[in-house]
Design a protein around this ligand. Structure first.
Ligand SMILES: Cc1cc2nc3c(=O)[nH]c(=O)nc-3n(C[C@H](O)[C@H](O)[C@H](O)COP(=O)(O)OP(=O)(O)OC[C@H]3O[C@@H](n4cnc5c(N)ncnc54)[C@H](O)[C@@H]3O)c2cc1C
Length: 331
């Protein structure tokens, strides 16, 4: 069996691993302490926050088919919040969602945890470089951990900048110069402000899109199915605002986002018991590659992830499926 190293254990990496596990020997390397990437949940004391993806939609039949068994088991459920559009000095507007919006239950990271199952996943293993040995096999290097195994193929599912930093110098030049213009792919940062309350909160919505503000969305995280009762909010920044302030200290960011919240003239919130800011440097895809994945058969390298198709959970899944189909022909 061919040996494949997959860098990253978010939805794309895990989907790819599951698709290929009967045809190849797979090892995943994940830089974080746990799987799931941006389909993430953070625990802070007794509170939990989905501080990455808030929900996902399923527009393709492939993704609908993939989530169907999880829906049957209750691991994925539809979230039907009351949604408003808010803007400073304007009357709130009702905002309808015209397709199902799903969440993993009881937390977003739950979906990837199930997918991870008994796969060979090395956590706390940030890959910093690749190289070939004398037998033309790939070796992976990490400052944190020794990786004695060698691989026939290496696939990166890290965000585009990190994938190109790892694979770029080894890729066939036609992949970088000719087939697709990777330089056009753009990802933007986002801040997630997490607030957890002891007392009830009085808001006229469970999800709100905010216009002309540092804030893009406000989610009452605790209103999603299967969450603990204690009120939690996840407030996400506007992408352009995050880009301008990406290197500011977390405390400054949190205060600025709370000031923006104040301007929306909502009922005052009680003092939060916990407050934290997550900085996502590569959060959302502004411009996707617009092809399923990258595959360099000559050098036995590849890359996939949401940045190939769309900056959404479904895009990450479809990109991985697309790459798996292409890769199967070489296994
Ligand atoms: C704040 C925010 C809000 C979002 N909201 C939504 C939403 O509402 N709906 C929606 O559909 N999508 C949303 N998204 C996007 C969605 O989360 C992503 O599209 C999807 O999770 C991407 O999956 P992926 O597997 O392609 O990448 P990731 O989940 O980023 O997985 C890549 C993995 O690679 C790991 N990695 C990176 N570099 C290395 C390295 N050198 N070595 C080892 N491991 C490495 C990372 O730690 C990560 O686990 C949101 C994202 C963010 C951040």
């Amino acid at each position: 069996m061919k040996r494949i190293a997959i860098i990253g254990a978010g939805l794309a990496g895990l989907t790819l691993a599951r698709r290929l596990e009967s045809k190849a020997q797979i090892t995943l390397f994940e830089k974080s302490r746990g799987v799931s990437g941006r389909l993430a949940t953070r625990r802070l004391g007794e509170f939990e926050f989905d501080h990455g993806a808030q929900y996902f939609t399923a527009r393709s039949s492939a993704f609908q088919k993939f989530i169907a068994p999880f829906i049957s088991e209750g691991l994925v459920q539809e979230w039907r919040p009351k949604v408003l559009t808010l803007a400073e000095g304007e009357k709130p507007d009702r905002r309808d969602w015209f397709e199902p919006h799903y969440v993993a239950v009881p937390r977003m990271s739950g979906l990837c945890k199930v997918l991870a199952g008994n796969l060979d996943i090395r956590l706390d293993a940030p890959i910093t470089a690749l190289g070939k040995n004398a037998d033309n096999q790939w070796q992976l290097h990490s400052a944190e951990t020794n990786i004695p195994e060698v691989f026939d193929w290496v696939i990166s599912t890290a965000p585009v900048t990190q994938s190109i930093a790892l694979l770029g110098e080894h890729l066939d030049s036609s992949i970088l110069d000719h087939d697709v213009d990777i330089k056009n792919v753009q990802m933007s940062p986002c801040f997630s402000l997490m607030l957890g309350f002891e007392e009830t909160i009085d808001l006229p919505f469970q999800a709100a899109k905010v216009k002309n503000s540092a804030i893009d969305w406000i989610m009452v995280n605790s209103s999603k199915p299967g969450r603990p009762d204690k009120p939690t909010l996840v407030i996400q920044s506007n992408n352009a605002w995050a880009q301008t302030h990406v290197d500011k200290e977390s405390q400054w960011v949190g205060n600025a986002m709370l000031e923006a919240l104040d301007k929306l003239s909502l009922n005052p919130l009680p003092t939060p018991l916990v407050q934290s800011v997550q900085r996502w440097r590569y959060a959302r895809v502004e411009q996707a590659l617009e092809q399923d994945a990258l595959l360099d058969r000559k050098n036995q390298l590849g890359a996939c992830g949401d940045w190939c198709l769309s900056g959404r959970v479904e895009g990450a899944f479809l990109s991985a499926i697309g790459l798996a189909q292409q890769l199967e022909l070489s296994l």
